[in-house]
Design a protein around this ligand. Structure first.
Ligand SMILES: [Zn+2]
Length: 80
């Protein structure tokens, strides 16, 4: 017979599953944010003609299919 107090029993029955659920929720949230960031990186707005397009390549400056100008991926950090 396992010698266990009531506190130990409640810890194992309630505490351990709660920690497991918290870890699963945390990992799911991290994966969702990473997927959202990845999708956001694929969408590029042309700074010349304003065309919105999706580019799956890893190029830092994908080419606009409308006007063929090079656009910086993500938010611009230029001043002005
Ligand atoms: Zn363009």
């Amino acid at each position: 017979m396992i010698d266990m107090t009531m506190e130990d029993f409640l810890l194992w029955v309630i505490g351990v599953p709660m920690v497991g659920i918290a870890l699963v929720t945390l990992v799911a949230g991290m994966r969702r944010r990473a997927r959202k960031r990845s999708l956001k990186q694929q969408i590029v707005r042309c700074r010349i003609c304003g065309h919105l397009y999706k580019d799956k390549s890893r190029d830092k400056f994908p080419e606009c299919p409308e006007c063929e100008s090079m656009n910086e991926r993500g938010r611009s950090r230029r001043l002005g």
